[in-house]
Design a protein around this ligand. Sequence first.
Ligand code: FAD
Ligand code: UDP
Length: 412
Amino acid sequence: MGVQYSAFKDIDINDFDAVVVGSGFAGSVTARQLAERAGMRVLIIEKRPHIGGNMYDEKDEAGILVHRYGPHIFHTNDQRAFNYLRQFSGWRAYQHHVLADWFGTYLPVPFNKNSMEIAFGEERAAHLNQKLVDTFGDERKVTINALREQDDPELAEIADFVYKNVFLFYTQKQWGLTPEEVDPSVTARVPVFISRDDRYFQDAYQGMPMEGYTALFENMLDFPGIEVCLNTEAESVFELEFADDAEDAPLTAIKLHGVPFEGPIVYTGPLDELFLARFGRLPYRSLDFVYETYDEEYKLPCGTVNFTVTEDYTRITEFKHLTGQKSDKTTIMKEYSRAYENPEEQIPYYAIINPANHAHYERYRKLTEALPNFHPLGRLAEYRYYNMDNIVGLALDLSDKLIAEATAAEGA
Ligand code: FAD
Ligand code: UDP
C-alpha cells in the first residue's frame, strides 16, 4: 500500500480520531500504535517535505546513504523499545566508535585506559590507570565534573588533561559555553571510562536499521488509517482558542478546518513555535552540515572523529562505517554548531538545559494544561535532551495511556 499522503486542504477532519504533529519517533510510534492497537484513524501533520524527523536518511548523488539531520546511532538498554522497532526493520549489528583528533593523534572517546596510554605513555598510564581503579573501581564511569572535584594531585592531573583536551574546546564549539556553564547532565553523557572498552556506548542493544531509518519509518507509517500531510506547519492549520485575551490565558480548544478537534492531539514540535513565541523564543542550538564526497573507500578510521582541540567544526562522521554500505566512494559530514537565531532558516536541534530555560518552557507548557486532549511529547515539545530510545519508550507509554482512555470511554 505505501504511506498515505494527502494535502491538508483536502482533509475532512471528521474522518480522524487522533491528530499527531511531527513524524519523528515521537509522532510516528504514537500514530502507529493508535492505528494498529485501537483502530484509530490518525492524521499526521509534518512541516518537512518527508517523514522520519531527525532520523531521515537518503542516498546522496554518489549513492552513499547519508543522514540529513546529524548522525543517528541506535543504542538502548530498553528491550521493549528495541523489540518494538525490530518489527519495522532488520538491524545491522553496529558498535559505534569515536576518536578524538588530539593535534593529529587519535584518542578513544570516552577517555579510557587506552586513551591514557596514548596521552601519557604506557609506563605512566599504568600508574595513573591503577590510581583510577583504586579510587573509583575498575570498569566504572566517572563524570568529568566528579573527576575534577578530586584533591589528589595525580587525579587532578588526569582531570585537567581530559578537561582541556576532550571537553573544553568541543563544548565551547557545541554550546557556546564552557563545561562549567552547561548542565552537568550534558557532559555526563560522555564520562571517563575506567576500562579498555573503546565503544562510545555500552548499551545492551545497539545497531542501525538495515535499509536505513527512512525505510523503517515508511514501514511504520504504512498502515490503514494513518494519513500524512507533509509541508504543513501545525501553527498555520491549528486555530487555537483561549479562555480569554490575557497572555497567560489557557488553551481551551484547537480547531482544524473550523471544527474543534476532540480526539487526542499529540504535539511533537517546539511549544514556543505553536504559540508564535508569545513569551519570546526558547533558546536552542542549531547545526550546519557540510558534506564531502571522495573517490576513496574510507576517509576515517571509525564512524566519528571529534575535533576536541582544533578546527571550527565539532565532529566528522563517515556514514559507511555506520551503515556498512560498500562503495569505492565515501561521503563524510562536518558538523558546525550555531546559535539558533533564525527559525525561518534554521532547525532547533538541541534544547539548552538550564533552570531559566526550563522556567521559560514551563510558561508555554502551562498554557496547554487545561486542554486534556493535548499531549506534548518528544525532544522538542518537552524541551529535553532525549535519545531515540527514550522517545520510543515515551511514545509507547503515551499510546498505552491514550488507548486505555479511549477503551474506558467506549465502555462508559
Ligand atoms: P524529531 O525527530 O525532531 O521529530 C519532530 C518532527 O516534528 C520533525 O519531523 C519536525 O519537522 C516536525 N515538526 C516540528 N515542528 C512542527 C510544526 N510546528 N508543525 C509540523 N511539524 C513539526 N539519538 C540517539 O539515540 N542516537 C544518536 O546517535 C543521536 N544522534 C543525534 C544527533 C543529532 C545531531 C541530534 C540533533 C540528535 C541526535 N539524537 C540521537 C536524538 C534524536 O534525534 C532524537 O531523540 C529524536 O529525533 C527525537 O524524536 P522526536 O520525534 O521527538 O523529534
Ligand atoms: N563532549 C565533549 N567532547 C567530546 C564529546 C562530548 O566535550 O569529545 C561533551 C560536549 O559538551 C557534548 C556532550 O559532551 O555536547 C555530549 O556529547 P554527545 O556525544 O552525547 O553529544 P550528541 O551526540 O548528543 O551531540
